[in-house]
Design a protein. Structure first.
Length: 61
């Protein structure tokens, strides 16, 4: 009888694109709230017809 090797164990992924790190608890996920970066409240928001509070930084492609 031929013995097949078991496939290597793949660690579970808590979020797409975010590999699970040992010893680090997964972030709390609230499916009902939109995903907002932690510094979104501090970042200035550019609204039409309103001056930006800081200098404009243009990204160079």
């Amino acid at each position: 009888m031929i013995r097949l090797h078991a496939p290597p164990e793949i660690p579970p992924v808590s979020e797409p694109g975010t590999p699970e790190r040992p010893g680090v608890p997964p972030p709390d996920v609230d499916d009902e709230s939109p995903t907002v970066p932690p510094d979104a409240e501090e970042a200035p928001v550019d609204l039409p017809g309103r001056e930006s509070p800081g200098p404009r930084i243009r990204a160079v492609a």
